[in-house]
Design a protein around this ligand. Sequence first.
Ligand code: NAP
Length: 299
Amino acid sequence: MAQARIIDGRATAERLRADLAVEVARLKSEHGLTPGLAVILVGDDGASQVYVRSKGEQSRAAGMHSVTHILPAGTSQTELLALVRHLNGDPAIHGILVQLPLPAGLDEKAIIQAIDPDKDVDGLHVINAGRLSQGVPCLAPCTPVGCMILLRETLGQDLSGKRAVVIGRSVLVGRPVAQLLLQADCTVTIAHSRTRDLASVCREADILVAAAGRAQMVKADWLKPGVTVIDVGTNPVPFRDPVKAAAGRTRLVGDVDYKAALDVAHAITPVPGGVGPMTVACLLVNTVMAAKRIAGLKA
Ligand code: NAP
């Protein structure tokens, strides 16, 4: 069997951003509408700062209005809620994202539920989760949206009848990606930490989405020949090089034994360079969609 096709998330994300820039320019010139994204970061977590900077840079590069609110770690629940409510009412803002995790002492769930569901571009509000489960238009979480774009690019628009197995049932990834696969008329199994004989469940899959956060857990003999694998997992592991490992440096691997899977799968996303780059691109997709819906335009 030929080696699996490597699904290049970086290239797809780049194309998506280029298409969005064209769409943003059209919205500005035809409708006087500039999609606006507000990102809120509380505290000084290094990784979160990098993500937030990237979100700001990418939205500006696409021609969008972008605002970043950086609040001190000691910000109270009341202060954060007040900012969210202010942004809910700001007509220049169509998407609000609160960078997670929040520092201890802040009630993440309450903050997310305070966001106007029509501006909830992270798709985490219960209203959007409910709309997604009912199959009605909504803002779906960005990583699952990215997974679906990669799948359709690889397998074509029609995924109907395919057997899909999702490993993971989190609100952020597993559940919403399963809902999106169901909407695409796949036959969907959701596996989790209590699933018995996960290997045989996985062997049924034409499409396998791995989102467990367990380094290289899925082995090649868990895969049906010809399966398409979307590996969402991002797991830091020590470098093989003992000098780098001794220095505490880590590299990222997915949930799937990538090298071995290359001999069995039809196509697979690498880690890094697969799903990861799609997540921010899909945040921009969601922001443009939110802006159009709020403005009463066809999204
Ligand atoms: P999470 O909230 O920890 O959920 C993990 C899910 O996997 C849970 O449902 C858990 O089952 C299940 N699970 C854990 N161990 C398992 C096992 N041994 N067998 C079967 N199922 C198992 O994680 P998450 O937020 O969904 O993220 C999952 C992974 O995706 C992480 O590596 C994360 O870093 C990565 N991620 C990547 C991106 C990206 O942009 N690339 C975005 C988001 C997340 P239970 O429910 O039974 O506990």
